[in-house]
Design a protein around this ligand. Structure first.
Ligand SMILES: [Mn+2]
Length: 351
């Protein structure tokens, strides 16, 4: 499948010092891929450290290997992390496509002497890696990790803990197996993971049903008072202020998924969530069908990602950011009103 598998095999032919990292504010795919890959490499005799560029939601910390993750904090462990980067013979970059997605770590990784390997499914990867497994048709990086382990002839090393981490990544990146990226191959992989005795119901519950009471009340407030539906452009959006985040004691991960509520309204083609993080406004975009939020975000909000799911950022105020969003919508009106809201099937990735 991947031309680089034999190259990877050569790189892993002897025990290595390995550094694995993933994107800012890791989600289940980012962390699940990293931890499953780390366990696999340890089983093969390598010495491995997973470093995340920021903290991540508490609903992910059940994953096997979580206790050994080093969370980078420039004020706490800059030296330690820089040493890890510089000592690594191999650096794996999982589930992100450009070094800007890992904050300060980006420059460390760029300058690191070791061999860099990208494993990712976002569109248009930056060309920084020596070896690249980039497949934008893959539903999740976890799908690629499974494929790579299988291609290396080691599927039997996938244990329950690795399987559940990979399952969590695929489950969340496919929106619980409903995005058009949910190929036949995805379901075949899940069938294989079931052979490793993964507990589907428990993974689902740990990820989706582990909210605090205040997080649910925050959601209720947002949907009742903050959701704006604009039928002229088949668009729905939510803007969350710093004060609201404070009032509802928002923690990492608490705003995740808000955008999907906006997209769940009948007839909506484009959904956006704007979060005022103080230093910048972080934006999530979702769409259905042909409308590319990867392009939209790239063109207007310094972002990118997947065709139907992308992120962006704005250094203007929350109000100005939303105003700018509304001001560019008319350029897309024809597309937004003509897009059928039943997703168009995409060709399955070549296995
Ligand atoms: Mn992903």
């Amino acid at each position: 499948m991947f031309p680089s598998v034999s190259e990877l095999q050569n790189l892993l032919a002897q025990p290595r010092q390995i550094f694995i990292t993933t994107h800012h504010k890791p989600d289940a795919d980012a962390l699940g891929s990293s931890l499953a890959w780390a366990t696999y490499l340890k089983k093969k005799g390598h010495s491995v450290t997973v470093v995340t560029p920021s903290d991540y939601p508490a609903f992910l910390n059940w994953m096997q290997g979580n206790d050994e993750v080093v969370i980078y904090d420039p004020r706490q462990n800059d030296r330690q992390v820089r040493d890890l980067v510089n000592r690594a013979e191999l650096l794996f970059c999982l589930d992100f496509n450009c070094l800007g997605r890992i904050n300060e770590l980006g420059e460390y990784v760029r300058q690191a002497p070791g061999t860099k390997v990208l494993i990712d499914h976002h569109q248009r990867p930056e060309n920084f890696a020596d070896v690249s497994f980039s497949d934008p048709k893959a539903a999740a990086t976890a799908e690629l990790i499974f494929e790579i382990i299988r291609a290396l002839g080691d599927q039997d090393l996938i244990d329950q803990g690795m399987g559940e981490a990979l399952y969590a990544g695929i489950m969340t990146d496919t929106g619980s197996f409903r995005h058009p990226s949910t190929s036949r191959n995805v379901h075949l992989i899940i069938a294989e993971l079931l052979s490793a005795n993964i507990d589907l119901a428990s993974v689902h519950r740990r990820i989706y049903d582990s909210h605090s009471e205040i997080r649910l009340r925050f959601l209720g407030y947002i949907l009742k008072d903050k959701l704006v539906v604009n039928r002229e452009f088949n668009t729905a959006y939510i803007a969350v202020t710093k004060e609201e985040l404070r009032e509802y004691e928002s923690k990492t991960g608490d705003t995740e998924g808000l955008v999907n509520y906006a997209l769940s309204i009948e007839g909506i083609v484009l959904a956006a969530v704007f979060i005022d993080r103080g230093s910048a406004v972080k934006i999530s975009f979702r769409s259905v069908g042909d409308f590319s939020v990867a392009d939209f975000s790239r063109n207007h909000f310094e972002g990118g990602g997947h065709h139907n799911a992308s992120g962006g950022v704005s250094n203007e105020s929350l109000d100005k950011t939303v105003a700018r969003f509304l001001s560019v919508l008319p350029q897309y009106q024809a597309q937004l009103v003509s897009t059928p809201t039943t997703p168009v099937a995409v060709a399955p990735p070549v296995a």
